[in-house]
Design a protein around this ligand. Structure first.
Ligand code: ADP
Ligand code: MG
Length: 163
């Protein structure tokens, strides 16, 4: 299965709300890969998602650790593989072994390790727009794990769908 949705947000709160809407449909074992330039809003999206999953502490980009873990309604892992040494670390440790089947993981710059991601995962691409606070958010869901959730996700994102 492969589904694609194009959304537009006009504020950081909007991007957080989209993250929260996605989070509502996540299940243990889910992998969310985020792509987009520096400052596009990847961390912002994860903040919204983590908040919706019950994380009350602040979510910042993981800079000094490979993976940061949060406790919400389930374990939430946040990883950033922007740096080449991070990618190497993932390769050395084995991505599979980093995954907690009980938790969900958000990976900034996840496309850098695309080949290591499980068949079922969702990709969030953030693109800056003409306006300073405008972002295009392109969601691509792949694999059987998303088939029965996709329509529900689309309806929950209706207000951000591009016209
Ligand atoms: P990244 O993790 O992709 O490098 P961040 O989430 O850290 O990006 O930063 C995004 C920046 O862009 C923040 O300063 C945020 O306030 C700003 N911003 C402005 N408009 C938006 C928007 N619509 N969505 C997300 N972030 C936005
Ligand atoms: Mg970031």
């Amino acid at each position: 299965m492969s589904g694609r949705a194009e959304l537009t947000t006009t504020s950081p709160e909007g991007t957080r709300a989209v993250g929260a809407a996605l989070a509502a449909l996540l299940v243990p074992g889910d992998v969310v890969s985020l792509t987009g330039d520096l400052g596009a809003g990847k961390t912002c999206f994860v903040q919204g998602a983590a908040g919706a999953l019950g994380v009350t502490e602040g979510v910042a980009s993981p800079s000094f650790v490979l993976v940061r873990e949060y406790r919400g309604v389930l374990p939430i892992y946040h990883m950033d593989v922007y740096r080449l040494d991070r990618i190497q670390e993932v390769l050395d440790l084995g991505f599979e072994d980093l995954l907690d089947p009980q938790g969900v993981i958000f990976i900034e710059w996840g496309s850098a390790i695309e080949g290591l991601l499980p068949d079922s995962h969702i990709e969030v691409e953030l693109l800056t727009g003409e306006q300073e606070t405008q972002r295009r958010v392109v969601l691509t869901a792949r694999g059987p794990g998303w088939a029965e959730r996709w329509e529900r996700l689309l309806s929950s994102l209706e207000s951000w769908r591009a016209a």
